[in-house]
Design a protein around this ligand. Structure first.
Ligand code: PRP
Length: 187
């Protein structure tokens, strides 16, 4: 193991969701989605970048056909606090949305602004149906009323990293979800 990897691990206060638990969560959600979308035309929509790892694992465990696509939006300003404004940085450019049942794939829901905005945006743009899955849910941080259709696990209001989630673009490749040491971002 190289020293950079060891350094990244030492920035983790504790493991919040282990690799084994993540695998169980993704299997459960994949089974639910496979059943619910059996007779539909599923388009999995990965919201970059944090959802990449979850999306990859989820799609491999589905037992039904699907298409995939990506959007990128920004909601967080800098560091650990949610910014609040939603900007579309990479849009969907498709002419077949009226035939698609979209499942938005998110790594985390915090204020709820990103998901509530995206669901509305995709409906306005003509998608046949729009639902969302959030791997992690911080209900205590909600600022708008929105509940994802599928949730992996509720978590407390801690700064979490790994399994796609970052701090300053680092730690996304950690295979588990960990709590970042305060000393890393309170410098
Ligand atoms: C995170 C996360 C969601 C959003 C949730 O993305 O992936 O998209 O914030 O926050 P909200 O519920 O308060 O709207 P981020 O902007 O950090 O981008 P990233 O996925 O590229 O890291």
């Amino acid at each position: 193991m190289n020293s950079d990897y060891i350094k990244r691990d030492t920035d983790v206060e504790s493991i919040l969701v282990s690799q084994e638990e993540l695998s169980d969560i993704v299997s459960r959600i994949a089974a639910e989605v496979s059943s619910d979308y059996e007779d539909k035309n599923l388009l999995l929509l990965c919201i970059l970048k944090g959802s990449i790892v979850f999306m990859g694992d989820l799609m491999k465990k589905l037992t039904i056909p699907c298409e995939i696509d990506c959007m990128k939006v920004s909601s967080y300003g800098k560091g650990t606090e949610s910014g609040g404004r939603i900007n579309i940085l990479l849009d969907l450019h498709r002419s077949d949305l009226s035939e698609k049942d979209i499942l938005i794939v998110e790594d985390i829901i915090d204020s709820g602004k990103t998901l509530s905005y995206l669901v509305n945006y995709l409906k306005i743009n003509g998608a046949r149906s729009v639902k969302a899955v959030a791997l992690l849910d911080k209900p205590s941080r909600r600022e708008v009323e929105y509940t994802p259709d599928y949730v992996g696990r509720e978590i407390p209001d801690e700064f979490v990293i790994g399994y796609g989630l970052d701090y300053a673009e680092q730690y996304r490749s950690l295979p588990y979800v960990g709590i970042l040491k305060r000393s890393v971002y309170e410098k």
